[in-house]
Design a protein around this ligand. Structure first.
Ligand code: ATP
Ligand code: MG
Length: 410
């Protein structure tokens, strides 16, 4: 295992003061899987106060001292160091009533969720694997540590964590764990909307998401009841998701594609996702059937804006590809062609917003146009330019504005 200097130093400093310390959790799992870890968590027998003494010479952040976590900044790198813990009795299917610190690594590992997440590693002692995590990494299995039903009763969020990890690594969920997921899925209703949204956001863009969502749709609907739909509709949504790559907003569009835009937005609102995501998903679904060709691209840009035009093209591609009616290569070619054309319009600052229009409200006021007619006329001019029926030049547009107003009044 190739660990960064900072982590090695932290472990050595703790060991020198007589405390046990190990790398633990995600970084050990990822290393077993041959994936570079994105952070390095350390667990130790030292209590938070003892840790503060050991790291007195370093900058520290009291991330969650109550839960035993101290962040130490070493060589610019933040390291999370957590005291070995025993979670007490669980309340509300999510939170332990109390957290007890322990001097036993075994206790700490046995409270962790899955065998693949419950391994520790020490630079000299090597791997500590009490629950067969290494074997499960090899076999590609997500399995609870201990009795799966009990573990999901303690913390129902683990159900979604299991699905997220399985989707991320394309692992299968071991039979007992799978049975327990279906048996305990109703407990997901006790989990906060924010936590559910965070897990879903991790799950949806994962490589194995489609298969896991198909296999565990009942658990997903238990977590997000507003999303419950007919199995055939869900299967169609997953077929769309299969053609989407990573972007969370697009993943949500795929999953919620059987719904009207309002309903999709409502689902995301109930999950308390950021307003921006709700609005993006709404717009993309609202315009999903808009016919876009090279000649209507500028008009499409006017409607959906430059931030969402390329996602919209990707969504349209996924929606049509999922229907399996058109040739996939031809659809892909269309996607690439239109994406390049859209990017070109954006880069050359083509006119698709009022601010780019060569005529402003003041110009229209000078012509004697008043009140709401100003805004209306500006929009008409913009649309005419976007349709390619007029150049974006001041004088011809002013002449056009006059004729529009005359026509309106006549
Ligand atoms: P990621 O790469 O997604 O960060 P991770 O394994 O580091 O994966 P975290 O959510 O960061 O996952 O949690 C760190 C570790 O803490 C896990 O590996 C696991 O051992 C433990 N853990 C986290 N959440 C729970 C939970 N709800 N129940 C039990 N153990 C948990
Ligand atoms: Mg982590």
């Amino acid at each position: 295992m190739h660990l960064p200097k900072a982590a090695e130093n932290a472990i050595r400093l703790l060991n020198e003061q007589g405390y046990e310390a190990y790398l633990v959790g995600g970084c050990v799992r990822d290393t077993q899987l041959g994936i570079p870890p994105h952070d390095w968590d350390i667990c130790t027998s030292a209590t938070p106060e003892e840790m503060q003494k050991v790291f007195a010479a370093f900058r520290t952040v009291e991330t969650g001292l109550k839960h035993g976590t101290l962040t130490v900044l070493m060589e610019g790198e933040p390291l999370e160091i957590t005291t070995f813990r025993l979670d007490g009795e669980y309340l509300d299917n999510r939170h332990p009533k109390e957290v007890t610190f322990t001097r036993s690594l075994e206790n700490d590992l046995s409270r962790r969720d899955f065998t693949v997440n419950a391994m520790a590693w020490h630079p000299e002692k090597g791997l500590v694997d009490l629950f067969g995590g290494r074997e499960d990494c090899k076999k590609g299995v997500i399995r609870c540590v201990g009795d799966a039903c009990t573990r999901f009763e303690e913390d129902a969020l683990r159900i979604l964590r299991a699905l997220r990890f399985a989707a991320r690594f394309r692992f299968r969920v071991e039979d007992e764990t799978k049975k327990a997921i279906f048996e305990k899925k109703h407990l997901l209703r006790h989990i906060s909307a924010e936590r559910i949204a965070a897990e879903m956001n991790g799950l949806l863009p994962a490589p194995g998401a489609v298969d896991i969502l198909a296999e565990f749709h009942e658990a997903v609907f238990a977590a997000v009841p507003a999303m419950a739909m007919e199995v055939t509709a869900f299967r169609q949504a997953l077929a769309v998701l299969d053609f989407i790559h990573r972007q969370p907003a697009l993943c949500w569009c795929a999953l919620l594609s059987p719904f009207a835009p309002e309903k999709a937005k409502d689902v995301l609102q109930q999950l308390k996702t950021p307003l921006r995501l709700q609005e993006d998903v709404f717009s993309l679904l609202f315009f999903r059937h808009m016919e876009i060709t090279e000649s209507t691209l500028q008009l499409a840009l006017m409607h959906i804006g430059d931030r969402l035009i390329i996602p919209l093209l990707s969504l349209q591609y996924a929606l049509t590809a999922a229907e399996k009616k058109a040739d996939e290569a031809a659809l892909k070619e269309r996607l690439h062609r239109l994406t390049a054309a859209a990017q070109q319009l954006i880069d050359e600052k083509a006119c698709y917003t009022l601010s780019a229009l060569a005529v402003k409200g003041g110009d229209l006021a000078a012509l004697g146009i008043r009140g709401p007619a100003i805004g209306k006329t500006l929009h008409q001019l913009l649309e005419t330019v976007c349709r390619g029926e007029a150049e974006n030049q001041r004088d011809p547009l002013l002449a056009l504005a006059k004729s529009m107003v005359l026509k309106d009044n006549g």
